[in-house]
Write a protein that binds this ligand. Sequence first.
Ligand code: ADP
Ligand code: MG
Length: 714
Amino acid sequence: MIASYRFSLILVFIAFSQLGKGQTIIQKELKENFTITNSVYFIEDPGKSLTAEQIIASSDFKKVPSEIPNFGTSTSTFWLKIDLKNLTEQENYLLEVAQPGLDEVHLYYFDKNHQLKHSTTGEYLPFDHREIADPNYIFNILLPKNQVSSVYISVSSRDFLQIPLLLGTRDTFFDSIKTKDTMFGLYAGFMLVMLLYNSFLYFNIKDRNYLFYIIYLSAVIITQTSILGYAFQYIWPNFPLLAQYSWAIHGPLVGITSLLFTREFLRTHHYYPKLDKGLNFFIVGYLLAVVLAFLQFFKISFTIINSFAGILSLYMLVLAFLIGRKKYKPAKFFLIAWSAFLIGVTLFTLGTAGILPFNNLTLYMMPMGSAVEVVLLSFALADNINTLKKEKEASQAEVFLALQENGKLIREQNVILEQKVSERTTELANTNGELSVTLHNLKATQAQLVDAEKMASLGQLTAGIAHEINNPINFVSANIKPLQMDIEDIIEVINKYEKITGVEELEVKLKEIEAYKKQIDLDYTKAEIKTLLAGIEDGARRTAEIVTGLKTFSRLDESDVKTANINDGIESTLTMIRSAIPENIKVVKHLGTLPIIECFPGKLNQVFMNTFNNAIQAIAEKKTGGTLIISSYVQDDQHICISVEDNGIGMTPETKTKIFEPFFTTKDVGQGTGLGMSIVFKIIESHQGNIAIDTEFGRGTKIILTLPMKLTVS
Ligand code: ADP
Ligand code: MG
């Protein structure tokens, strides 16, 4: 991209003249270095085999066609011959080969004694081998006065073979080197400040554009320093190989970094995705050039790097132009900055090609161009940042407006929501009120129904008692009349015996009594009295039994825990309901020996009553009769069980899941309250017991109640 060259102060000065003969004549004392042009001759040695002696003897020298010798890139060694005629008193001179990139430079000349002198330098040697410490190659030569001296120089390099030759004295070189170093110092200082400044901006703003810019800037600084030879002098003086290959790295380095910066800065991917992809072609090309250079294919590598410099510059200019037309403002800045640099490069190239005068102005064009470019790009970046900032502010304002709008909406929504909430709350409060009324009513109804259920069992009880007591009492009262009559007969017999007062008429009286006995059939009467008494006894006993049962059963409302034998409860319950059991239902009892357990006996009696009644009703519904089996047994040392089994109609699975629900009934209105099993559940729960139901629709039901022997007080 940047043709390898150095800049130095050169002035075409009247102090010398170049004549057609091919001689350069020094006529007056030199005040400045001067560039030797038009009187340089050369021989190309492609095989690098010719010796200095052979060259000096040769007559094959041809005139260099251009003002400044320029052989492009070549693997040949080039020999230059300069004839210098010194007409001044000064005999010690310095000759400069002003191209710091050359690999190997040799200088030959004859001293006063016609002795051939040889000195060598170039990037193939470490830097401290140089006679004079300067990026360019400066040799001491002796030019005896009033004499034509021939100086021979051989150069070979992988780098660009452009060979400006300058002649001067110690004084003029002192001036020129001083000026050159100062210029470089200014340039480097300026560039470093720009680098620092932009790095500082990057770390503050964190904008990717700046990052790519400082990378590009670093690449430019390294490259310029290296091209001017200062990098070899000051940074890596002991790495000749690095110096020799630097040209193969710099072009690609600057090319790729400038490309990456351009890509980022112009947003090429956004505006022209296809052209943006095209940039990759250059990256690949550059990398290829580097690889080729290291594989020793210098010519191809150099051709790629050099042609890419021009093509890529043009490509980026076109991109900037196209993107600028899309009203992307930074592109215009970019276009100006890039043009400034390219104008610098063009002027410089024209200068070295001899089309423009080869003077300090043209020589400074490239660094000046790059400095101007750097400044302009810096402006462009700042402008870009400003644009971004404005865009951001605009979008922030939009966001702010949107937020305000949102806030308004939210406030409105809140009002609506609050209204809705209060409406709902009132509705809920009303519903709640209604519900609590309903609940209250339900509770009252439930209490009534529970009472009704209790009344029902009491009613049944009363009926049972009436029926049961009536029977034995009838027994007793029916026996009393005949017993009275029997007793009267016997009393009559006794009276007759008492009327006997003496022994007279005894015989007669006894006969009479005997006849009476026969009349009343005393033996039969005696037997009948026994029978009647037994009947009365039986009636009285059964009455007593019923009364006991009634006593047991009437514990219905006891609320204290008592100890009781469950079998007694089962028996008394059965006694109570016996009369209600139809003829065709057989009751079988398997009552095992049970321990006394802690329980609420009255409540358990109600459990038995409810389950027995359900079983009887279930059998009755079958119409064909059946059996109710009631068993009690000890399950383990903690629990007893009561099983109530019937072969009645059984339950459907649906019924089974619902039987404990209060008011659930499958029976007709008036037949069942649906509370029986829910009461059973409550009571068994309060006994810390368990209810298991085994049922099959159409076949029967078995309900097993498990009760603990001891209640744990909670
Ligand atoms: P009710 O007897 O007043 O209907 P319950 O709570 O005592 O109320 O019983 C609820 C329901 O459970 C009964 O309607 C009946 O369908 C069913 N049920 C209870 N025990 C039995 C049983 N042994 N056999 C068949 N069904 C039964
Ligand atoms: Mg019932």
